[in-house]
Design a protein around this ligand. Sequence first.
Ligand SMILES: Cc1ncc(COP(=O)(O)O)c(C=O)c1O
Length: 506
Amino acid sequence: MAGWRRGYYGARMDQTRTPYLDALVALAATNPGRFHIPGHKGGAGADPGLREAIGDAALRLDFPSGIEGVDVGPDPLDLPFQQSQALAADAWGARRSWFLVNGASGGNHAICMALAHLGERAIVQRNVHSSVIDGLVLSGLRPTFLAPEIDDDLGVAHCLSVEALRGALDEQPDVVAVFAVSPTYFGAVADIGGLAEVAHAHDVPLVVDESWGAHLAFSDLLPANALACGADVVLNSVHKLGGSMTQSAILHLGADDDHPDGRIDGRIVDRSVTLVESTSPSALLTASLDAARRLNAVSGAELLAETIESLRDLRRSIREIPGLDVLGREITQAASVFAWDPLRVSIDVRGTGTTGNRIAKYMREEHDIWFELYAENVAAPAFALREPVAEPARRLISGLTDAVTALRTEPDEPKAPFAPPPPWGPTVMTPRTAFLGPQETVGFDGAEGRIAAESLAAYPPGVPNVLPGERLSRATLDFIADSLAHGGQVRGASDRTLSTIRVVIE
Ligand SMILES: Cc1ncc(COP(=O)(O)O)c(C=O)c1O
């Protein structure tokens, strides 16, 4: 029957239910006397501009969680909040799941904090999201960085290979966790089953940042999700492609037959999630996760099939625009790429003689079309679960055709390879030691040779180019300055204009 799924424990949970959303709506409908925060009291105390913009219906639902009978009560396991998290665990195939209101970023912070009491060493894929690096700073974990496979033709980072992980684990005793990211921004999916097997053979849990893959659990047309492949911890940034509201995400714990209670103690994860989250998590965000879970679990397969089909047509149309190509399944030819997510549409602009940055800017200014990701050689509009592709696709194609016509120059060398970021600098000290140790501010241009005290991630895509504790090279400084000059931003820097940078006093 549609709406029923077989959960991890073999229990059949009714995925058509939304206990948290329903409880919140029912509560607001009683028109309760609001002698508590938020001070806008369901809208009455809010600025008229905000009331007009988002409507009183949304403001009436804006409670901090901690509501008696919804989030807290005498039977904690039977409250709408716990039921809703249990439904999420069932839907994604987890042993236990935690709703996060500070994004997958908060989940990465929490899991680093949860693991650090077990020891200090972790193996970390070098191009993890900057929130993992922030988690290393917070927790003091000492990373051994492993480079992902770099695609020389495309010049993009792919996945962590099983061989690279095996080599690192053989060399490195006392590792408390492996941190990997999959899928990548370009839809490359790692061999999570292989990585998990190697990690588990060394008795080490595998943490997978599957922020871009919340949808993978819901369609047989997609690669299997990381939990199904044996990952021990998985982060899903559900607001990205899963349909919940911005900032909402989920942290899952997995389990297998050898470890039915998992390799990581849920009570410690619980404590760590609480440690990094607000004491007033938004009930509205929580309700949006409850609703997104239902949509994915009940209708995901159908909606994803439609979207995947429409994107096939869209790719064809984009390829017909002179100079444009779209990355596709061929990326699975790379050794570390196990599968490809067909929801990603990464437009290769190398044949146009202009850059992804310029195309994105032109699309914004001339067509009011906004891309999720763009860089020198690529521009990537994001598509998600319930994408009414036909009309937006027409708009996208017409904008792209105009942008390419307006900006096109004869490329010196058609299909010039992507310009990859320069190699990462050597790690001289842990991120935490560098971030918290004695430091000073120096001019950005004169920072070559110094040890960074902060991370710098040219955004998009936000993968750190420099980490606290790494020595700065001329090539890296130039690359970041160039990204800024081409309209990018930098995350992590204390001086966002990057005229200065904080470095360690040696
Ligand atoms: C791989 C990866 N992990 C984590 C995050 C952070 O997710 P959130 O925005 O939910 O905090 C991002 C955001 O872009 C990401 O790309």
